[in-house]
Design a protein around this ligand. Sequence first.
Ligand code: ATP
Length: 256
Amino acid sequence: MTVIQEKSPSIVIRGMSKTFLEDTSETVYVLKDVDLTIKHGEFYILLGPSGCGKSTLLNIIGGFLDKTDGQLDIHRANSNHDSNRGFIFQSADSVLFPWLTVEENVEFGLKMKKIPLAERKRIVQSYIELAGLSGHHHKFPSEISGGMKQRVQLARVLANNPDILLMDEPFGALDAMTRRTMQKELIRIWQETNKTVIFVTHDIQEALMLGQRIGIMSVGPSSKITSMYEIDLPYPRKITSPDFNHYYEIVQSHFD
Ligand SMILES: Nc1ncnc2c1ncn2[C@@H]1O[C@H](COP(=O)(O)OP(=O)(O)OP(=O)(O)O)[C@@H](O)[C@H]1O
């Protein structure tokens, strides 16, 4: 493990805190004094126990929640990106339109932005191919598996060309085999697109399969990132390799 030089930041968070309103007079901090710098193109994992505040932190970065205190700066990689952040949720069912086909779902954001038809079709086709959805474009969400739905969600977000992908346990509801396939697919897509990815999970194995760096959050309340590891393993990673298990034991020791 090596100390990381933080340069060319995509996201800078300093001393950030978040409170939710409680019935009691006491202020309860979900997050307290969070510091985090994420580089452009980095694959960063937020790992922590259930309820520690991972989703809250991701939602603040995503702009869905306001921070209470501190600094949050999001820097764009370059002006070619249309949008800053794209959010991938655990359940595709809550975000895909059931009355639209796979192709129409992927096309939706582009249509809203009034991208001309020919350009739209070209973009949709390229992301359908990238997400491994070729041959499924005329199907409706009810006709495809959970893993395929997550591919559609990913293609739809990528079609909007965001700088940063924010992923909140996106494979948490999938069976183990599909989950493994989707992890490999995500690495392939990340390597092809050079997006900055922040991926939330409470699964150590998943964190080690995917992340270049893993930030471990402490148990809440007043959670923060207490440890950071650079995972110096090549992709695709093998869960049976001695190096993988070496990292597993180190990360696991935080939760013993
Ligand atoms: N809108 C809200 N109002 C009040 N409390 C909230 C709100 N949203 C989250 N919390 C509380 O903040 C804490 C952190 O929740 P959060 O969902 O961010 O955790 P998490 O680490 O993502 O959990 P999990 O892994 O179970 O999804 C929890 O105690 C939760 O009850």
